[in-house]
Design a protein around this ligand. Structure first.
Ligand SMILES: C=C(O[C@H]1C=CC=C(C(=O)O)[C@@H]1O)C(=O)O
Length: 421
């Protein structure tokens, strides 16, 4: 798709405001294009469109980056705040696969309200021709719960998906590849419109230590940070290797110990860490890659986790870094190309923007890009497609992978009010 030849010059103002309380409730009920990026109550929400771009194919990241550079060059920014997410930002999400029609989107909200370390601000973005400014902030009414009428199979039924996982295990055992991440989808239908604010409220309340996000109808709460770039430093939280929680704290502690010793999960994890470290190293003058993972506790599952850090030696934006890290072996596999082909052969679905980078960047190129996991895509106002995937290695068992994928669907199912499967 050709890039637009011209774009509006943006006038951006960020001013400090008194703490507005819960950010999700500030999103107006009739908001056009609501966006959200929240963790532990900090982050931002936004709405309205100052400008946006949709990209496609293998150049979906590079085209978005080029467009963003033009926007930044021509913008006039006045900011009283110097915190991550203040000033001029774009929020985006990108398809897992180059062939997907979902492509990529970068969106500059007309209004952003953010909070970080106790400091709150509002950013208004207008074009030079329209300097009307933002309407006063008001908490909106509590959004209505959807009325779920059906939860159905996506591309494959549970048993068809287990058969596909079995084939993947055979391919790995035959030496064709080391690891592949197999995903499945589930379709949820409601009799009433699904209000994104209802989902965002539930996700951010129930999964506070994940990043709750909403971009262009893609809504979720991801525990995995593909990368954060802040003032020359890059960090990444790599996850792979999972065990379901039981709800009994003592038992879960014992399970966390067995996860940390499981050779199958440690192998799965090592591939994911390697893929991120290898992709980051050309951009870094020094890096820290811990030798062994820690166990990350979430309300539904526990993951093996490794925090990788590096010092950047070049001026590469967070979006370009996301493009070079994607797809990591946490969502694709090892070797990447063999895994990508096997995914296309066996999953029989378009992942859309699930498992692709989702996040934001600012005028300096700093930003945060998570991996779009534990999410769903609004296909119509009352229908959502949910996704979950599992890393498959030689020792994987289809039935236990199906159970793991169900556990990964729990955050979205609970947020929608349709309970666990
Ligand atoms: C692919 C997903 O999770 C990834 C991230 C953490 C743990 C994973 C695993 O243990 O398989 C996956 O690699 C998903 O949630 O859909």
């Amino acid at each position: 798709m050709p890039l637009p030849q011209s774009h509006p010059a943006l006038v951006v103002r960020s001013v400090r405001i008194p703490d507005p309380g819960d950010l999700v409730s500030l999103i107006p009920a009739d908001a056009e294009a609501p966006v959200c990026w929240l963790r532990e109550g900090d982050g931002f929400v936004g709405w309205g469109t100052a400008t946006a771009i949709q990209t496609q194919g293998t150049s979906r990241f590079a085209d978005a980056e080029q467009w963003w550079r033009g926007i930044v060059k021509d913008a006039v920014v006045r900011s009283q705040v110097d915190l991550p997410g203040s000033g001029l930002i774009a929020v985006g999400s990108f398809a897992f696969a180059a062939a997907s029609e979902a492509g990529g989107v970068l969106h500059v909200p007309a209004t952003v309200v953010g909070r970080q370390h106790g400091v709150a601000w509002i950013t208004t973005v207008s074009t030079a021709a329209d300097l009307s400014g933002a309407a006063p902030l008001e908490a909106s009414e509590c959004p209505d719960a959807p009325t779920i009428s059906e939860v159905g199979n996506g591309a494959l039924s549970g048993s068809e998906w287990m058969a596909a996982v079995g084939t993947a295990v055979e391919r790995i055992q035959s030496g064709a590849l080391d690891k592949v991440v197999m995903a499945r989808d589930v379709v949820v239908r409601s009799e009433t419109p699904i209000d994104p604010r209802y989902l965002l409220r539930n996700l951010s309340d129930s999964y506070p230590n994940t990043w709750t996000y909403s971009v262009d109808g893609l809504i979720g709460a991801t525990p995995e940070m593909l990368l954060r770039r802040q003032k020359g430093l890059v960090t990444s939280r790599v996850l792979a290797g999972t065990i379901r929680r039981t709800g009994d704290d003592e038992h879960d502690l014992a399970l966390a110990g067995s996860l940390a010793r499981s050779s199958k999960d440690l192998e799965e994890h090592e591939y994911a860490v390697r893929s991120v470290a290898d992709a980051l190293s050309p951009h870094c003058s020094s890096m820290n890659v811990p030798e062994s993972p820690f166990v990350l506790h979430l309300p539904n599952v526990m993951h093996l986790a490794t925090d990788v850090a590096g010092v950047l030696h070049e001026d590469v934006s967070s979006l370009s870094l996301a493009a070079s890290l994607h797809p990591s072996a946490a969502v694709c596999g090892t070797p990447t190309l063999a895994a990508r082909d096997l995914i296309a052969e066996l999953e029989l679905m378009d992942r859309g923007r699930y498992a692709g980078p989702v996040g934001w960047l600012d005028a300096a190129g700093d930003g945060e890009w998570g991996i779009a996991l534990r999410c769903g895509e609004l296909e119509t106002p009352s229908q959502m497609r949910l996704f979950a995937g599992c890393g498959i290695v030689a020792g994987s068992e289809p039935e236990s992978e199906l159970g793991e994928s169900d556990a990964k669907l729990v955050p979205m199912r609970q947020a929608l009010g349709c309970g666990p499967s």
